[in-house]
Design a protein around this ligand. Structure first.
Ligand code: PMP
Length: 375
């Protein structure tokens, strides 16, 4: 599922008449009416994005949001969370989850100087946030967070965690940035922010928006985004940012979701069935691993005990067992993400048969691992 964008599968039903799109020109180097119309539709779904700008990738969207926060506050320091993933720019990569495990900054090409303005805290741990803010608080430009994290396994925010971040950002005069690159549209049109009861200053979106094509966006409070050039001194841009082809496909993504009101409910029911099947196998094998499912995201880790709350928990899972599971699943025709930090995404193209196929493969793979003494 390509790390999340394919909410509609590999060949979305709306990918037709592409010649007509291409005939309109592939890139203009200028904002076009369709781009404005798309921006208005994004804002209608996520009202906190009062002003927004398109980028090509999620990495650029987060990097741009961070720059806007720094320009608006006139400060440098950023607080982020270990195990969250925000793309492959310097500060985002440090202590990141997903497939990017770069524990040695100096050997990973991340400049030490870039890390001087970075504080990293434990997810779901406000005491640890306060520890980090004790040294960085008066220099803090932004707190960047996945409001529902899907890059160290699937980790929902603990009650009060995001409200605690909102309160601390306000107290420090810093921006709160929600990275919804995975969650927006996968969790419905309102994304994570419509569920958690906390409004960020800035938001980033991507992945599902392009239906597999490269488009992402960042945006938020109009007074904050006003720092952007040409009105303000803060520049972001990109040759392909908001390219008409990707804008047209993204428009079709939103049209498709509008026209298929039950898409999420059907997909989520299948994800629930997959999670239930995994639980049944694990119970049968007396393996006390927590299976977590939220809408179309399903996850379990090779670690006994409660579901993951932070990257410290995730660091204790059995990576060797996951690697063996990955190969055992692949031999049975199911391609999982190769990193143990990633999650399983369902798409609307998955039918009941696919769920049965996957659950059967997982059952057999887990029994094989047990027979080989791995779990
Ligand atoms: N933020 C989050 C939460 C992500 O999961 C990802 C990609 N996995 C990114 C940002 C970066 O997006 P991209 O790969 O499009 O640069």
């Amino acid at each position: 599922m390509a790390y999340g964008p394919l909410l509609f599968g590999h060949t979305p039903p709306f990918l037709r008449d592409l010649d007509a799109l291409a005939a309109r020109g592939v890139v203009y180097g200028s904002t076009a009416p369709d781009e404005l119309a798309l921006a208005e539709r994004v804002r209608a779904c996520l009202p906190s994005m009062e002003t927004l700008r398109f980028t090509t990738t999620g990495s650029e969207a987060v990097q741009s949001a961070v720059r806007v926060a720094r320009a608006f506050t006139g400060r440098d320091a950023i607080l982020k969370f270990s195990g969250n993933y925000h793309g492959h720019f310097d500060i985002a990569l440090h202590d990141a989850g997903a497939s990017a495990e770069t524990p040695h900054a100096e050997r990973s090409g991340i400049p030490r100087a870039a890390l001087a303005d970075l504080a990293v805290a434990r997810y779901n741990d406000l005491d640890d946030v306060d520890r980090a803010l004790a040294s960085a608080g008066d220099r803090l430009a932004a707190i960047v967070v996945e409001p529902i994290c899907a890059n160290m396994g699937l980790v929902p925010p603990a009650p009060g965690f995001l409200a605690g971040l909102r309160e601390r950002a306000d107290r420090c005069g810093a921006m709160l940035i929600f990275d919804e690159v995975i969650t927006w549209l996968r969790l419905g049109l309102g994304g994570a922010q419509s569920r958690v009861g906390v409004v960020p200053d800035l938001t980033t979106v991507g992945k599902v928006l392009g239906g597999g094509f490269p488009i992402a966006a960042f945006g938020g409070r109009a007074d904050v985004m006003a720092v952007l050039a040409p009105d303000g001194p803060c520049f972001t841009g990109g040759t392909h940012a908001g390219m008409p082809f990707a804008v047209a496909v993204a428009t079709r993504v939103l049209d498709h979701l509008d026209a298929h009101a039950s898409l999420h409910a059907d997909m989520n029911a299948r994800a629930r069935r997959l999670a239930d099947s995994l639980r049944a196998t694990l119970r049968d094998l007396a393996l006390p691993y927590a299976v977590v499912q939220l809408e179309s995201i399903v996850d379990f880790k090779f670690r006994p005990g409660a579901a993951t709350r932070s990257y410290d928990d995730q660091a204790r899972d059995d990576q060797h067992a996951y690697a063996a599971f990955y190969h055992a699943m692949r031999e049975r025709g199911v391609l999982l993400p190769p990193s143990h930090n990633e999650v399983m995404f369902l798409s609307a193209a998955h039918g009941d048969d696919d769920v049965t196929f996957t659950a059967t493969a997982a059952d057999a793979a887990l029994r094989e691992l047990r027979a080989r003494g791995i779990i």
